[in-house]
Ligand binder design. Sequence first.
Ligand SMILES: C[S@@+](CC[C@H](N)C(=O)[O-])C[C@H]1O[C@@H](n2cnc3c(N)ncnc32)[C@H](O)[C@@H]1O
Length: 185
Amino acid sequence: MATERGSMAKEKAIYEATYLEVTKKLAKGKKTTKKLPDDPTQSWRTPPDLFKKLDEIFGFTVDAFANEKNHLLPKWWEDCESEDWSNEIAFCNPPFGYVDKFLFRASRAQMSLWLCMANRLVSPGVNKYPPALLIIPARRLKFIPPDGIQAKSPTSGTVLLVYGKVSREQIARLETIGSIWTSWK
Ligand SMILES: C[S@@+](CC[C@H](N)C(=O)[O-])C[C@H]1O[C@@H](n2cnc3c(N)ncnc32)[C@H](O)[C@@H]1O
């Protein structure tokens, strides 16, 4: 158990160092194709019934945060920074500790839906890029651990952020997932 925790901490440290390097380069306007290393603490999978429901509503064209083992769509990215988002209807379940850092990509997609831990709503990224719609589920979503087996109760609630144009019909269907708040004036 102690060794498992030690290796988890080591993977997390590598992840954070790489993340810092990538974001520094992006901030300086440099293009980087460096992918974040896989971090099991950041790779919890979307509950299948939720994904199915959302995919029926939006018809996603790409799973923007994935790897070869956990992608939910035939088209998926492991380095979304270097991809063209402009024609995509993107499903985004990013490494959840870093969601707000990726949000500047949201405005570049035709439409995108993001899963975001509730406490990450208070962050520079969400503040700078407020979503068109915020969906607040009545209960905490139960994500699937990376190994796909062990089930645990979530420690934080998750909200859904929608960027781009959404039809009235889509909004009505989203109401079955949670209450809807909008930033539209
Ligand atoms: C929370 S998991 C989501 C897995 C799956 N798409 C789902 O929703 O069930 C996030 C995934 O993003 C991948 N990832 C890490 N950095 C990324 C990046 N810069 N661009 C795209 N994907 C990335 C990781 O490999 C990780 O598996």
